[in-house]
Design a protein around this ligand. Structure first.
Ligand code: SIN
Length: 257
């Protein structure tokens, strides 16, 4: 197995691993360490993985989470089908932050890819936080933000209270202890105790910092890529340039441990 860094801020690829069979504890520990170090990793060449293989590998990372309002694919609870880019997936976010216990990891397996386009952007929210001045960082540590489910939650008939959570603006990673900005434009409506209008300018500033080029890695998908990201330290957004071609990926998310 080989692990190779793909960009300065985040992103690594793993070569020489076959996830259709068992992998050793040592191999798994190396992959997990690489993910914690790089925020997002791509395990190449996993096109032969079945849904059962994907669920079995995902279970090694923790408890598989069933999405509260997006259905799983038939027969495989926990696997969600991701289609073409849409306004929600095209906006920088980490997954399901409206949940009281937001997800730790997401595993996304490429099934059908367009000839070109549909790359996924990743940003290091850790590096974004580290780039701020110490005084500003201290101020942010005192704030929390209100995260609310997207329009999909309302469409599914969920009670608003069931999809609202308040989280610190600076999230401390439960494995590495690193601090990261934990606000995103899909789910955050305002800072706790602030109005939406008061919150907007500071939120927009923080989103701009997260998305600075030097904090990002752009993943160009290849057939068989299994990409895993750490929702505690990164954000992602898909590029909406698919031009009507099919794009199907299978997603499994892991609850916070
Ligand atoms: C997602 O936001 O979970 C999907 C990202 C993608 O379609 O690449």
């Amino acid at each position: 197995m080989k692990i190779r860094q793909l960009a300065g801020a985040l992103g690594a690829e793993v070569l020489g691993l076959d996830l259709t069979g068992e992998i050793s504890d040592t191999e798994f520990a190396s992959v997990r360490d690489a993910l914690h170090q790089s925020g997002v990793i791509c395990i190449r060449g996993q096109g032969a993985m079945t849904p059962e293989d994907q669920l079995a590998f995902a279970a090694k990372w923790g408890e598989i989470s069933i999405h509260p309002y997006v259905p799983s694919i038939e027969g495989y609870p926990g696997i969600m089908k991701i289609y073409d880019p849409n306004p929600i997936t095209q906006t920088w976010h980490s997954d399901s932050t409206h949940m009281r216990e937001p997800h730790a990891y997401t595993l996304l397996l490429a099934r059908v890819l367009p000839k070109v386009g549909g790359d996924t952007m990743f940003a290091s929210a850790t590096r974004a936080f580290e780039s701020l001045s110490p005084e500003f960082q201290s101020m942010l540590r005192t704030l929390s933000a209100v995260h609310e489910g997207t329009s999909l939650a309302a469409d599914a008939g969920l009670d608003h209270e069931a999809v609202v959570a308040v989280h610190p603006v600076v999230r401390v990673h439960s494995d590495t202890g690193a601090e990261a900005l934990f606000v995103n434009d899909n789910y955050v409506s305002r800072f706790d105790g602030w109005t939406r209008e008061e919150s907007r300018p500071l939120l927009d500033f923080l989103y701009g910092v997260i998305g600075r080029y030097e904090n990002t890695y752009r993943h160009r998908w290849c057939n068989g890529d299994l990409v895993i990201w750490d929702n505690r330290s990164t954000q992602h957004a898909v590029v909406g340039d698919v031009a009507g071609e099919e794009r199907v990926l299978h997603r499994v998310t892991i609850a916070s441990g």
